[in-house]
Design a protein around this ligand. Sequence first.
Ligand SMILES: *[C@@H]1O[C@H](CO)[C@@H](O)[C@H](O)[C@H]1NC(C)=O
Length: 336
Amino acid sequence: MQLQLRYAATGLVLLAPNALALLRFSCSQLVVERLDPLVNPGVTGSPHLHQIIGGNAFKASMDPSNLDIPSAATCTTCTFAEDFSNYWTAVLYFQARNGTFKRVPQKGNVGFEQSNGGMTIYYTPVISGQGKVTAFKPGFRMIVGDPNNRQSSNVPRQLTYTCLKSPMTRDGETPDFPKQPCPYGIMVNVRFPTCWDGKTLDPPDHASHVTYPSSGTFESNGPCPASHPVKIPQLFYEVIWDTTQFNNKADWPADGSQPFVWSFGDKSGYGNHGDYVFGWKGNALQTAMDTNCNINCPQLKSQSIQQGNQCSVKAVVDETIDGWLDELPGGMPVDK
Ligand SMILES: *[C@@H]1O[C@H](CO)[C@@H](O)[C@H](O)[C@H]1NC(C)=O
């Protein structure tokens, strides 16, 4: 299969296998619930609902000073079996004309169709450049994007939506939700910053220790700023929301606007954000980056998608998230 690598600013670029090294793998759903160990540590019932993938050490409190994630986890939903990291985003809902909400299901990406929802994860070392990247360290966490943002101008170009016209088309990324029905669903793209300050594992805002290149882009191998001189792999999430059951425009708002809303009440899409808790075992991620593994990585332990589907954690927040709901989980208000 030809690898499709998408450059946010330039649209679709096709590359033959081996033109570039990167890890691309599937992680199935671990749990969908209102926990957020980064922003609301220890709180059972964070303000909004998340969909979480990765290792089963995930819980409300994940204090790195007393948690060794790869030791605490006994399984992972990812096909690289040494990856016990956790990755999460908010959850997409459809709002019907009568005001009620229904959770939009997720589906596996091209090549990962058997995955029980979840995401596709990429780790890309420096593109077409010399030099190595420094893999994340135990205790490293980060968040990109801001659920409170509703301004187009504040959205980094790395956070986008793709209206999927077919399983393989990847054109036309936008910072806001697609305005027309998408025949194959909506893909959410979350590309994290690639420059690190080299010291801080997880600052209070979970974001200021990393930044995007100071000029150019990650894709053009742009330099990191002096404040954040260490190049880290580009972590990239693709999340496919299977909106197809909601594509009848007669069910869309009478004013012609689009009907999807994030679990944090955002109808614009500009609040797109992603969260990451590093949890690879030992040196596995650094080894994969140093050996320029491309998709498959014989240096890493793998498991099947079906094995990944077997790993899950039980939701501790007892609430209904499916079926037609009168309000979003947690009573999160929707933007007017
Ligand atoms: C609201 O609309 C949805 C979609 O049309 C429908 O399935 C549901 O039964 C409606 N709920 C009520 C209370 O009318």
